[in-house]
Design a binder for this molecule. Sequence first.
Ligand code: HPA
Ligand code: ZN
Length: 336
Amino acid sequence: MANLGEFIAGMPKCELHVHIEGTLEPDMKFALARRNGVALPYADEAAMKAAYDFDDLPSFLKIYYEGMSVLLHEQDFFDVTFAYLAKARSQNVRYAEMFFDPQAHTARGVPFATVIRGIRRAQAEAERVLGVKSQLICCVLRDWSAEFAMTTLLETLPYKDWIVGFGLDSDEQNNPPVKFKAVFERARREGYFLTMHADVDQRNSAEHIRQLLEDIRVDRIDHGVNALESAGLCDEILRRKLALTVCPISNACISPSSKAKEVRRMLELGMRATVNSDDPAYFRGYIGENFVRAQRDADLGRQDLMQLSRNAFEGAWLPSAIKDRFLAELDAYTSD
Ligand code: HPA
Ligand code: ZN
C-alpha cells in the first residue's frame, strides 16, 4: 500500500461516536427547509458554513440545535440517517453505533415515534442495500432536567428492541453525571448499555469521569480524554476495558487541540481508545478525515491505526460472533 492515507481509506472501520443530527449537511438542511417550508437564518450554504465558527461546546451546541428545525417528518429522519450511512460506507465503515437526541425533537412537537421510525427504516435500508450495519443509542440532554430525561427513557420502552444503549450529551457545565443517576439506573434495569459524554477540557472533567465510573458505572466513555490527568482513573478504565470514543476534529474545534497525542498515550497505556467523527457535518470531517488528522497530529503508524480500529470493534455492543467476524475482516486487511 502506497501511503498511510490509502491505508486509512481502505481499513475496515467501526464508528462508536456519531450524532445523527450532527450529520445534517448544509445542502440537505436547505433541501429539507424548502421541502418543509421552514425559514433558515442564512441566505445560502456559504453563509451557513461561515457561521460554523465554534470555539467551545456551547457555541457549537447553539448552531447544532438551530439546525434541527428542518427535521419534522419521518422521511426527514430517514434521509439524514441514510445519507450518513452511505457516507460512512464509502469510508469503509462496517458498523456504526449512532446517537440520536429525541428531546431536541419532542420539545419542538415532533413525536418520538416519528423520529425513531424514520431512523430505523434508514438503518434497515442501509444494511440491505449498502451492507453497513448499525445500532442506535438514545441520548438525553444534560442541560435539561432529570425528570424530562426520565420521561424520555420511558418513551423509548416500546422501541426497546431498536435501541442498544442509553447516553448523555449536550452542555456539561454544571450538569454532572450524578444529576442523572436514577435515570441511568432505570436504563440499566431496562437492559440498555450505558455511556455518557465526558467532553474535553470541561471545568470538572476529572471529577465527572470519576462519577461516570463510580456512580453511574458506564460501559463506555464518550471523549474522556481528561482521564489521562489521573493515574487512578486510567487504571480503572483499563481494568474495566472501557472504550473511549475520541473525536479529534471535534476536539480541535472546541478545545485547543485534536488530542491526538493523548490518543497515542492511551494506546501506549493499553487503553481502548477509538477514533470517531462526533458531528461530521458541523466539524467538517467524517471518520476517515478523523483518522487522517489523528495520524498526522500524533505521527501514528499502521499498527496504531489498526489498534484504534480493533479497539472500536472490540468495544462495540454486538454479540461476540458478529464482532469476531468484523475483527477477522480487519486482521485480513494487513495480511494481504
Ligand atoms: N458533546 C456534547 N453534546 C453533543 C456533542 C458533543 O460532542 N455532539 C452533539 N451533542
Ligand atoms: Zn458527541
